[in-house]
Ligand binder design. Sequence first.
Ligand SMILES: Cc1cc2nc3c(=O)[nH]c(=O)nc-3n(C[C@H](O)[C@H](O)[C@H](O)COP(=O)(O)O)c2cc1C
Length: 155
Amino acid sequence: MKKILLIYATHSGSTFVAAQIMKEILSADFEVVMQNALESKPADIKNYDTVILGSPSWFSRGEEGMPSETMLKLMDVWGKQNLSNKHFAVYGCGDDSYMTFCGAVDHLENFVKNVKGEFILPSLRLNGFFFDVDKNVEQVKKWAADLKVKASAIW
Ligand SMILES: Cc1cc2nc3c(=O)[nH]c(=O)nc-3n(C[C@H](O)[C@H](O)[C@H](O)COP(=O)(O)O)c2cc1C
């Protein structure tokens, strides 16, 4: 079975909950390995064709609208590689009351472009996850189902 690496960062749990839902949906067709960015080893990427990256937008390194520090650390290390043979999907949890809504997603997209990765589908930006759980869970399910179809078409 083909393997997908799903790496998330989280502070209050929403990006983690979204990752769990994605894992459940994708596991029908793929072996999904889910890791907190904290525990992820940069070398792990060698074993996967497809990587999902999810991060909240946060105040990190003195700026709003940034990925969490744990995700930034991973990006620092992976950013030095050419990952042109890898496929990526990006999602983020944010809140549109902040100036840079889901800014972390923009940073992750730039990261994927810099390492020359390929996007499988447009990124997902979730707004106020726990304030409207039903709507957000529906969005996650739809995105994961799309991802499942598109990732299956790669191989
Ligand atoms: C200190 C702090 C800074 C934040 N900065 C942003 C931001 O710049 N842009 C945004 O869209 N959301 C921002 N948020 C909202 C969080 O990204 C949002 O609550 C998200 O769901 C948290 O994800 P988590 O539950 O996985 O930690 C911020 C929240 C906090 C507490």
